[in-house]
Design a protein around this ligand. Structure first.
Ligand SMILES: Cc1ncc(C[n+]2csc(CCOP(=O)(O)OP(=O)(O)O)c2C)c(N)n1
Length: 549
């Protein structure tokens, strides 16, 4: 057997469905082996697009998808998407080709130290030195990528190694491993703290939507009435309809939701990554009693000094708390958070009946998006001012129905991410909301979507500028630098790629346009001239918030 065939068998043994990428000369053997297998190769128009597709697929399914590129420039093009997956905790295996091992020690065409480049943006990166090692290396890459907390791993295979004969080696079959569970004693101590808490609140992060943690969390809150606040990436851990759901926190400025944390004596963090919402913002006085519940011990930060750390499988930790709750019932008065919830709901609905032409308010767009998408459909946000609006105004019924890149926060994620999401869940509707800046960063993947006939919808919020940067500069300096640019004719652009495309000029046309696009069987582009005068108005309102509790 050829090494490249063995590698592909190893990928199949891991349950890999898709490999996304752009082949080069140095991975010709591998790509031919893929072609001869039942692994789906998704040819992309840029390696970054491939990485973002695998990123979204990994986050949504919990399974590592593979993205690939050639050596040198193919590998460097992958880096941003790989870093994004790694920091957003998406399982992913990156494969790159490399020069023939007989020329790697010297100045040589396109050759560079790709493994060293990937080290800071992966959990593990390795160059295969012997083709016989492929079963071990591949198993290890998948195991590390999917072990909590998940992330990216990298395998490099030099060109000559991929072509070698390896005899009849076989893949190492993956084995289910039970995650370690927390110690009873620490859960008892946490239970003591929780019982005495007057105003406890849960801060549910990215980890709270993985590995069935959400199911146990919902059971805990149904019985106890404890309020739950989500980070951007924790959205959907509990349903937006639940009376204890306190929506999403994470804007840098003061917000109503942050009032619930201000008022809390005990904050139970679940699968919370500091990278998302710095503890300085919600624990400025360093005086909160924090119970850290996560797959890994707490990061060190002067504002995140946990009283207790419950380390182990998150769903199991919650199950242990539920067992204590069953024998020692506790119930917090939901009314303490009711005002916050009601004020937020009034805010969500404030512009639902807008009748504006020319510019459309973000609040109106997101109201209509929520109306058009079902509870299991998937919204992906790109990075920019639109992400802040989505975080605050778009709430979820289920985990993994709103993907926001909030760790590495790379622009250009949403369009390729939507293709990955659609391949993972062909029966769900998939909508990507982008700024006009970020959309053009990976616009070439419109061709990939058209070729695959992936019925995704991409919405572009047009403000002719890098809106978020202008917003932040205005807040800090009272003025902003020139961040404006021109856009193409969007309808012509969409049509040139074989997409359906339309521009919505009036707020009342938006919902029907969205519904028609979501019902289409081909990719659709909707462009919305967005009213970002609302950015400054939101900042002003948040600045004046008086906490109701
Ligand atoms: C790849 C990358 N480059 C730069 C940034 C910094 N950045 C964050 S938001 C933003 C502007 C986004 O503009 P646009 O896509 O038009 O969205 P808007 O803010 O207007 O909604 C920039 C430049 C980033 N996060 N990622």
């Amino acid at each position: 057997m050829k090494a490249s065939d063995l590698f592909v068998e190893c990928l199949r043994a891991e349950g890999t469905e898709f490999m996304f990428g752009v082949p080069g000369e140095e991975n010709a053997d591998v790509i031919l082996s893929v072609q001869d297998s039942d692994l789906d190769f998704v040819l992309t128009r840029h390696e970054q697009g491939a990485a973002f597709m695998a990123d979204a697929y990994g986050r949504l399914t919990g399974k590592a998808a593979v993205c690939m590129g050639t050596l040198g420039p193919g590998a460097t093009n992958l880096v941003t998407g790989v870093a994004d997956a790694n920091m957003d905790r998406a399982p992913m295996v990156v494969y790159t080709g490399q020069a023939d091992s007989r020329r790697m020690h010297k100045e040589s065409h396109q050759a560079m130290d790709v493994v060293a480049m990937f080290r800071p943006v992966t959990k593990w990166a390795h160059s295969v030195l012997q083709p016989q090692n492929l079963p071990e290396v591949t198993r290890k890459a998948f195991k590390i990528a999917t072990t909590e907390k998940p992330g990216a791993t990298h395998i490099e295979i030099p060109e000559d190694l991929a072509a070698m004969e390896v005899g009849d080696l076989a893949p190492i079959a993956p084995q289910k491993v039970r995650r370690p569970v927390p110690d009873d004693k620490i859960v008892d101590r946490a239970w003591d703290l929780i019982r005495k808490a007057k105003r406890p609140v849960v801060l549910a992060g990215n980890g709270a939507i993985r590995k069935r943690a959400s199911k146990q969390l919902r059971a805990f809150c149904d019985a106890s009435g404890m309020g739950v606040i989500h980070t951007f990436m924790g959205k959907g851990a509990v349903s937006r309809e639940a009376p204890y759901c306190l929506f999403t926190v994470g804007l840098q400025s003061k917000d109503l939701i942050a009032c619930a944390i201000d008022a809390a004596d005990v904050v139970i963090t679940l699968g919370y990554d500091l990278v998302e919402y710095h503890p300085r913002l919600w624990n400025p006085g360093k005086d909160k009693t924090i119970i850290h519940v996560d797959f890994l011990p707490a990061e060190i930060d002067e504002h995140y000094h946990a009283e207790l750390e419950i380390v182990g499988d998150l769903a199991h930790a919650l199950w242990m708390l539920n067992a204590r709750l069953a024998t020692d019932p506790l119930r917090w008065d939901l009314s303490q958070h009711r005002t916050i919830r009601e004020q937020m709901q009034a805010d969500f609905a404030a512009h639902k009946d807008d009748d504006t032409s020319g510019l459309i308010r973000p609040q109106k767009v997101l109201w209509d998006v929520r109306e058009a998408l079902g509870p299991h459909d998937i919204l992906l946000s790109d990075v920019g001012a639109h992400k802040m609006w989505i975080a605050r105004y778009y709430q979820c019924d289920e985990p993994n129905t709103c993907l926001i890149s909030n760790g590495f926060c790379s622009m250009g994620f949403a369009l390729p991410g939507a293709i990955g999401a659609q391949l993972a869940f062909p029966n769900k509707k998939v909508l990507a909301i982008n700024g006009d800046g970020g959309f053009l960063m990976n616009v070439q993947e419109m061709e990939t979507a058209a070729r695959l006939q992936a019925p995704i919808v991409a919405m572009v919020w047009e403000d002719h500028a890098y809106g978020l940067i202008a917003w932040k500069q205005d807040n800090h300096f009272g003025r902003h630098t020139d961040l404006s640019f021109q856009n193409p004719d969007w309808v012509q652009l969409g049509q040139a790629f074989g997409w359906g495309a339309r521009r919505v000029e009036h707020s009342r046309e938006l919902l029907p346009a969205l519904e028609a696009a979501l019902a289409s069987d081909k990719p659709e582009l909707i462009v919305v001239p967005i009213d970002y005068r609302e950015n400054a108005l939101l900042s002003a309102r948040l600045g004046q918030i008086a906490c109701p509790i």
